[in-house]
Ligand binder design. Structure first.
Ligand code: 3HC
Length: 311
């Protein structure tokens, strides 16, 4: 009976067991996972644009090779996440159509421009750092395919974060102009990175239910606070200042107090009014159209060689 299935699902989640694709699950659980996993995947592939913007202008072959590897990783993360979402009965085609039609989101952070080479380091250190803080708990998410995709993605994100940190360190300790370029990038990427964790808990539409289902393991504000506490000592080592005059250690809380986030800016970016929203989506649509021949060729090849043993 439906009640028995519901009870079995609740017991599995309560026991921290994994829900697998063939298990019965509430339709609302499925729908919320498709929503989150699709938007996570969209974030990965849109995130390739601001970073790729500097591949042809990287200051050395070494930096170019690292950046190319990182952008390729982001495409791969998108692939894992679309594949994991497809285990819930949707298709990559359908999800991409929704992205292109503006009916599904991607992370607000990628609607900001990468104005100088130092932005590549700031993205690695702050954006990938925030992504890791948000994604490590997702390795314990109740839905098996999502949790398993996160394990490998987190390993690769660590490389992304470290290369960004190292690049910023080189700039910060370089010439005064390089130090200023690194500081300017941190000034522009700090607050949008805090917005990656989502709206404040009391304005989060999904958190309560998502935490009941053990999809979300910590609240938006908890992870945001954790990220701030991680970044403060790192900024000190970098010799860079975080652009928040209210940022200070609170001995009583054992955490850093920090200033107010501009949630109007967050809402505007989510509405599509960020600096680069239009550019990102039109570039994405163009890439999809220009890539149609690759998809057709791969489909034709698969049809021709299907059932003829190893192709
Ligand atoms: N950008 C865009 N939309 C956001 C957002 C952000 N920074 N933060 C929240 N939202 C959206 C939510 O998607 C939701 O809208 P929806 O109903 O249309 O999906 C709405 O705002 C309300 O937010 P909630 O807190 O209620 O939503 P969630 O419970 O889903 O929490 C989240 C938001 C913490 C981002 C959660 O979805 C999550 O953990 N997602 C997986 C992680 C992820 O997507 N990370 C993207 C970072 S970029 C990245 O990973 C690339 C890396 O390689 C650099």
């Amino acid at each position: 009976t439906a009640e028995a299935y519901e009870a079995a699902f609740d017991a599995a989640v309560a026991a921290d067991e994994r829900i697998e694709p063939r298990d019965w699950m509430p339709e609302a659980y499925r729908a919320s996972l498709v929503r989150q996993m699709a938007q996570h995947a969209h974030s990965e592939i849109i995130g390739m644009q601001p970073e790729a913007n500097w591949i042809t202008r990287a200051p050395s072959l070494r930096r170019k090779a690292i950046l190319m590897a990182k952008v390729q990783d982001e495409a791969g993360h998108g692939l894992y996440l679309y594949s994991a979402a497809e285990t819930l009965g949707t298709s990559r085609t359908e999800l991409l159509d929704k992205l292109h039609a503006g009916r599904q989101k991607y992370s607000s952070i990628f609607n900001y421009p990468t104005l100088t080479w130092a932005d590549v380091g700031a993205i690695g250190w702050l954006v990938d750092g925030a992504a890791i803080t948000n994604q490590v708990p997702l390795c314990r998410c109740s839905y098996g395919p999502y949790a398993r995709a996160m394990v490998r993605i987190c390993k690769e994100e660590s490389f992304h974060q470290r290369q960004g940190y190292e690049s910023l360190l080189a700039l910060s300790r370089g010439t005064p102009a390089q130090h200023e370029m690194a500081q300017d990038a941190v000034n522009r990427w700090w607050w949008p990175s805090l917005m990656m964790f989502g709206p404040p808990d009391d304005e989060s539409a999904h958190s309560a239910q998502s935490m009941t289902w053990k999809i979300k393991r910590h609240s938006n504000d908890e992870l945001r606070q954790r990220f701030v506490d991680i970044c403060v000592p790192q900024a000190e080592t970098l010799g860079l200042t975080l652009p928040d005059p209210d940022l200070k250690w609170n001995e009583e809380r054992g955490q850093h107090d920090f200033g107010a986030i501009d949630w109007d800016e967050f809402r505007e970016v989510l509405k599509g009014n960020g600096p680069c929203n239009e550019q990102r989506i039109s570039q994405r649509r163009r890439a999809h159209e220009e890539g149609a021949w690759v998809r057709e060729a791969a489909t034709a090849y698969a049809a021709k060689h299907s059932g003829k043993g190893a192709s």
